[in-house]
Design a protein around this ligand. Structure first.
Ligand SMILES: C[S@@+](CC[C@H](N)C(=O)[O-])C[C@H]1O[C@@H](n2cnc3c(N)ncnc32)[C@H](O)[C@@H]1O
Length: 375
């Protein structure tokens, strides 16, 4: 079974035709704005660079200087305002749909009863999430990943899935692309004999990747951890409705309670750019600790490495940190990720970084891979 963004299920908020039309408009707006960002270089070369030099007596050369130069440019200002507004409009529309559809969604959650697919949900009322989890409402998701109203709340997970689908469509990623799907296809090429008995998904959010692994490796016991309780509750009901067995746990990926060497495959998807430097080190070390000798760790994320880009491009990427509630974006973009894997205990020949093609989108995903050789 293949599970990707086109897979629907009973927990997914169902839009009315008016809501769907509004969201289509917003997605189209986001697509156009993504395209218009190419005009930024012309704005810099044709206007902002000269204005900066006239005001400062020197050219804007570093990414910080270029970012400062651009903040005074009308094209950048208009693009930035529209882009942030489109993001807020997207969340607004998605949240409106979920609120209206919530009684049906809660009824669907209740129907799951005693987990027909055989998965489970472990929430810990005494759990104290690390400070990173409260640093921002990442990419503007209303209330953030830790949002929690009561012990039935599924809003954070519902927002993450519906918002994520709209966001991906707005960047041109197609409905076939699940990040896990791209990694699974790569694993099949690179590790054709891999038959994991136990798989761990770190920072699972609504469980999009977790269910993709569970569906692809039906013999495996799949565990998934996240810090957000309403995220995990939604993920559990979603997986059960999809008929896929996943065990969800409220747990800090930087302080796992699983035993040493207890998983054959450990993955994370788009987690690295959303945690601080300190937390990234802990997560890498924990992922390696719970990995069996002979097992493999794959951390996937956006393919944005600072060293690959000119100072101008770097300045444009740092828009995320300043304007899209991504406090740890720059930490990830400028990190020497393979070096961090070596600090976490992988030998020099046990870790590597690479990019793999999206299944259904215009770009690539970044991977850092750790092979734990048998001692
Ligand atoms: C971008 S989302 C991950 C997306 C998800 N893996 C997917 O494939 O759709 C990042 C997730 O990591 C979680 N997270 C952040 N810090 C964490 C930590 N220390 N331990 C576990 N989960 C964490 C957040 O709550 C959030 O749900």
């Amino acid at each position: 079974m293949v599970i990707d963004r086109s897979t629907t299920h009973e927990m997914l908020a169902q839009a009315t035709s008016e809501e769907a039309a509004r969201l289509r408009y917003i997605v189209e707006l986001k697509r156009r704005l993504t395209g218009y960002s190419s005009g930024m270089k012309r704005a810099f070369d044709g206007r902002a660079a000269a204005a900066y030099e006239a005001a400062n007596g020197k050219a804007a050369e570093t990414r910080e200087e270029i970012a400062t130069a651009m903040t005074t440019d009308p094209f950048y200002q208009a693009w930035g305002s529209l882009t942030r507004t489109a993001q807020d409009l997207m969340w607004n529309t998605v949240e409106g749909t979920i609120r209206r559809d919530m009684p049906r969604m809660q009824a669907a959650a209740e129907m799951v009863g005693n987990a027909p697919a055989g998965g489970s949900l472990s929430l810990d009322p005494a759990f104290r999430a690390p400070a990173d989890a409260f640093a921002a409402n990442i990419h503007g998701q209303p209330g953030g990943y830790m949002r929690l109203a009561d012990d039935q709340d599924i809003m954070a997970g519902a927002l993450y899935e519906s918002g994520g689908n709209a966001f991906s469509a707005g960047t041109g990623i197609g409905s076939r692309d699940s990040k896990a799907g791209a990694v699974i296809a790569w694993l099949a090429r690179e590790y054709p004999d891999l038959r994991p008995k136990r798989i761990l998904d770190l920072g699972c959010s609504a469980g999009g990747a977790s269910v993709a692994y569970a569906a692809h490796f039906p013999e495996a016991e799949v565990h998934a951890v996240d810090v957000g309780p309403a995220m995990l509750r939604y993920a559990h009901f979603r997986a059960e409705h999809l008929g896929v067995r996943v065990h969800f746990h409220q747990m800090d990926a930087g302080a796992l309670t699983f035993e040493d060497e207890s998983f054959d495959l450990v993955v994370s998807h788009n987690l690295m750019h959303e945690v601080s430097k300190g937390m990234l080190g802990k997560i890498f070390a924990e992922a390696r600790r719970v990995l069996k000798p002979g097992g493999v760790v794959v951390h996937q994320d956006v393919p944005v490495r600072g060293r690959d880009f000119s100072p101008f491009e770097q300045a444009m990427f740092s828009w995320q940190t300043r304007n899209n509630d991504e406090p740890f974006w720059d930490d990830f973009v400028y990190a020497d990720v393979p070096a961090r894997m070596r600090e976490a205990g992988f030998g020099p020949d046990e870790s590597r970084e690479l990019t793999i093609p999206m299944l259904d989108g215009p770009r690539f995903w970044y991977l850092v891979v750790g092979d734990k050789r048998a001692a």
